[in-house]
Write a protein that binds this ligand. Sequence first.
Ligand code: ADP
Ligand code: ADP
Length: 221
Amino acid sequence: MISLQNIEKVYRTDTVETLALNSISLDVAKGEFLSIMGPSGCGKSTLLNIMGLLDAPSKGVVNIAGQQTGSLNDKSLAAFRNKTLGFIFQSYHLINDLQVIDNVELPLLYRNISARERRELAAEALAKVGLANRMKHFPTQLSGGQRQRVAIARAIVGRPEIILADEPTGNLDSAMGNEIMDILMQLNQQDGTTIVMVTHDEYMAGKTHRLVRLFDGSQVQ
Ligand code: ADP
Ligand code: ADP
């Protein structure tokens, strides 16, 4: 489902050059739940951003869901990303002055579907994460765990084959973190969604199928 071959990422500024990823090759199978761990600065977010087509590698080949992504122009890349990938972040990244239901509908705005269908799909996604009764709330009226569940609903509303999660439980206490982890495991097991999750939490990583460890831009396990 995801195939990275010899990925290198160099960040260049006027004065410094950082080798953030050094020859990473990684395959993630369809239906797999993979976690990525490693110390701060080792390249986890960079790797996730490259898998998510948010950033291009300096070298190497990125194949996502059978698509060789290097050949896509910006517009095709954005459409492909929107259709294929769902994103979850540590800090939720919700829009605070939009109601929960409108936040969840956002990824559908780029698709050619009616307002009514958008609403139905968003309500369905919210029901799936147990928030059918919070549609008209604003994000600031919700707990951290609930906000993350809204973010998950937004990530799955377009039925992506792949979810990329950057420390989804990092801002949550262990009870809420477990709740979020249960939802992700359910999406993986019941819907067959492929998930890649960056985490600092060995316990959460232990619940996934496979763990990749990075150190200083290289894969060490
Ligand atoms: P992690 O997510 O594991 O904390 P990152 O992928 O964020 O690591 O960063 C990997 C390395 O690349 C770090 O040394 C970081 O300082 C550097 N880096 C990340 N983003 C940038 C950037 N936009 N410009 C320059 N260096 C960056
Ligand atoms: P999170 O809540 O997941 O930490 P952030 O907003 O902190 O979300 O961003 C996630 C990652 O995106 C960071 O770890 C960093 O590598 C990258 N990032 C954030 N801001 C920038 C930026 N201005 N330039 C380059 N990379 C960035």
